[in-house]
Ligand binder design. Structure first.
Ligand SMILES: Cc1cc2nc3c(=O)[nH]c(=O)nc-3n(C[C@H](O)[C@H](O)[C@H](O)COP(=O)(O)OP(=O)(O)OC[C@H]3O[C@@H](n4cnc5c(N)ncnc54)[C@H](O)[C@@H]3O)c2cc1C
Length: 431
């Protein structure tokens, strides 16, 4: 098979944008994705709300990310809301982009096809050959659901699997929270038959917190969260309420967790139908096919993004992405959500994407090198899309300059990114 310029392992939140960005720059790009759509957590875990896509209504994202947001806003399949409080802590507010994930699946397919990305769905990375053994290329063995194994070779690899699966196979070091200290998991579900005005009034009243307290006392709710997100273009809401404390790397525990999370849904539905105005006639319209896992491994990279960097909004000469989301940790010890509001727009350096000891591989998405508190902030979708898109441009910049990914001078990368984020002129989301 003809070698690719770039393989993106995992076509999720970050990986989809990496692939589209690199392919638009002319790189022959393949995505290996184990599910049947692009977007990962954005499209398959029942989530319908991008957190902090703007900062107090001001656009902060450009490029492909802004193109995606604006395309959905224009078609009525997304809508931007400013300063929306959290159900778990109403004094903390961030802007949100609410969207229809089914439309996003179709949009990402189309954008990837138009860019010339080759997608392999139902396919998983089975093995990655150590760089020293494959000095001029990255070699990955990919196995699909149909029982076929195939070797893919490329000049560069972006690991966007959300678990650093490929980087670990290459011998890259990773770290993770201690067992028992990982963030709580959630199985999202969707309700139809909503009376939206009544629900809106309830969500913006003190009755929401009282209902959460009551649900916890009655043993129906397992944490201080009851979040309803209206899905633009539909009459449905997605519900973020189930809580399940299980280690994300324990296969037996994860099977038990998804079963237990599903079992929480009917008692919750009965409770909210009786207590929440607007949901009296709500019907269960869907349960996410996968358990939403907030935690993950992170790589040991050339730079470890720390909470200090976010608090001080450190400007890096190799800054490649930005964000403004607060630290948001779903604490297994308390069952609650701990927030730390940050002062403004912070930056993510390219070096936090470079796995120590690897030269032709980047980490994109929530596996980037950061400390636990910084992880709690940067893990949200708008930031991960920005990281993914910039990782794709970095691969294109490296290819254009015949460099390894860990050898791109900061100034060269910045000049490349500046061009890509302003050309073609992007249409940032309206505030
Ligand atoms: C319950 C929950 C609620 C959340 N709520 C919000 C919210 O309201 N707003 C917000 O902005 N963020 C939210 N987040 C955070 C956010 O959704 C994720 O952190 C982010 O989407 C992660 O992006 P990623 O690209 O790193 O991983 P993902 O989007 O998970 O992408 C990883 C991709 O890799 C694929 N993959 C994995 N392993 C392999 C393999 N071996 N071979 C091939 N493919 C593979 C997966 O199928 C997936 O498509 C939430 C997360 C969770 C779990």
């Amino acid at each position: 098979m003809k070698p690719y310029d770039l393989i993106v392992a995992g076509g999720g939140t970050a990986g989809a944008l990496s692939a589209i960005a690199a392919a638009r720059c002319g790189l022959r790009t393949a995505v290996i994705e184990r599910s049947s759509c692009l977007g990962g957590n954005m499209t398959i875990s029942g989530l319908t709300e991008m957190n902090a896509p703007t900062f107090h209504g001001q656009p902060i994202y450009r490029g492909i990310e802004a193109e995606i947001m604006n395309t959905m806003i224009r078609s009525g399949d997304a809508a931007l809301y400013t300063e929306v409080p959290f159900s778990s802590n109403p004094s903390v507010k961030v802007d949100r982009l609410r969207y229809n994930p089914e439309i996003l699946k179709i949009l990402l397919d189309r954008m990837a096809a138009d860019a010339g990305v080759e997608i392999r769905y139902f396919a998983e990375i089975q093995n990655a050959e150590k760089e020293a053994l494959a000095p001029d290329s990255v070699r990955l063995t990919v196995r699909d659901n149909f029982g076929t194994s195939e070797v893919f070779t490329a000049r560069y690899l972006i690991d966007a699997t959300g678990s650093a699966a490929a980087i670990r196979m290459l011998g890259g070091e990773t770290t993770r929270a201690e067992v028992g200290k990982t963030m709580i998991n959630t199985l999202m579900f969707r309700l139809s038959g909503i009376e939206q005005n009544a629900l809106d009034a309830f969500v913006h009243s003190a009755a929401l917190s009282e209902t959460i307290q009551l649900g916890m006392r009655e043993g129906v709710l397992y944490g201080k969260i009851l979040a309803f997100t209206p899905i633009p273009g539909t009459k449905d809401v997605s519900v973020n309420v189930t809580r399940i404390n299980e280690d994300f790397e324990d296969p037996i525990g994860m099977s038990r967790a998804v079963t237990e999370a599903r079992a929480q849904i009917l008692p919750i539905l009965q409770f909210i139908r009786a207590r929440v105005p607007g949901l009296e006639h709500a019907a269960l319209a869907g349960i996410a096919p996968i358990l939403g896992v907030r935690d993950s491994r992170t790589i040991r990279g050339s730079y470890c993004l720390g909470i200090d960097d976010l608090e001080h909004m450190t400007e890096f000469e190799d800054s490649i992405a930005q964000g403004c989301y607060p630290v948001d940790i779903h604490d297994p010890a308390t069952g609650g959500v701990t927030f730390q509001v940050l002062p403004g727009v912070y930056h993510i350096p390219y070096r936090s994407l470079i796995p120590a000891g690897l030269h032709r591989t980047l980490a994109a998405g929530k596996i980037l090198c950061c400390d636990r508190k910084a992880y709690g902030a940067v893990r949200v979708m708008p930031i991960m899309m920005n990281v993914g898109e910039s990782a794709g441009y970095a691969a294109a910049c490296a290819a254009q300059n015949h460099l390894d990914l860990d050898r791109i001078p900061a100034a060269t990368l910045q000049a490349f990114l500046k061009k890509k984020y302003s050309c073609p002129p992007s249409d940032p989301p309206a505030g």
